[in-house]
Design a protein around this ligand. Sequence first.
Ligand code: PMP
Length: 292
Amino acid sequence: MGLIIYLDGQYVDEEEAKLSVFDHGLLYGDGVFEGIRAYHGRVFRLKAHIDRLYESARSINLDPGLTREEMTQVVLETCRRNNLKDGYIRLVVTRGKGDLGLDPRKCPRPSVFCIAAAIELYPAELYEKGLELVTLGTRRNAPDALDPRIKSLNYLNNIIAKMEATRAGAPEGLFLNKEGYVAEATGDNIFIVKNGQLLTPPPHVGLLEGITRNAVMELAAGAGIPVSEKVFTRHDVYTADECFLTGTAAEVIPVVKVDGRPIGDGQPGPITRDLIARFRELTKTDGPEIFE
Ligand code: PMP
């Protein structure tokens, strides 16, 4: 037996979890999603993920057809049915089945599905040694075209960028916006540390407002580390004392080289290490329990 999937009101075996080829999520990337983690039997920042899902949906004028509370219960129940205590959860709302045209008015009902599965992690040594970034030629989606704050099913900008990074031999790439300011990585947010201060670009630069990002900003503030959102360029990254990425899958991961330049002394820095430890602690207590 495979995974138990929630699909449109039912829990079914993954072999039976099928959507129409006329679903506009597939035909046009018309839909929104969340990637969520379960740690130690709790769903990390579940409320923040549900809220972001509904904001993404609101932005594209998509009604998920479930209340936020019902959606929350879908996530928890999908974890329970798969006996999942630690893993990765994918929650998706598509525009639903329509015709071959673009018009969402032809899609009477959205589809909602939820997958709770094991997670493939970055190798543990990357958290010890840090990773290398390359600047991407591919620019981040302009917010006035498709705002990256919408976590939509259209991830082509990210996929093209990810291919560019891996072709260059780096596990992640650095997206600039069309003005050349630092935005984020292909699937993670970026932070730099300079003179004991933590900086990350503000959302209007064009980036997904990550839930891990927000958690790390809170952790830093709680630890007395000054943290601010600031527009900056690659020069600030190259001359930073420390750099790291944040994301649901990657958690907090050090960056030790960017475009061939070592960051700081080329090792994960003390503030990065401290925040990794604080983040790991937070995952033990944050979010609702799956098995109450
Ligand atoms: N930016 C992009 C483009 C992403 O896809 C993700 C992963 N969802 C992030 C940032 C990090 O966001 P979060 O911490 O909410 O996972």
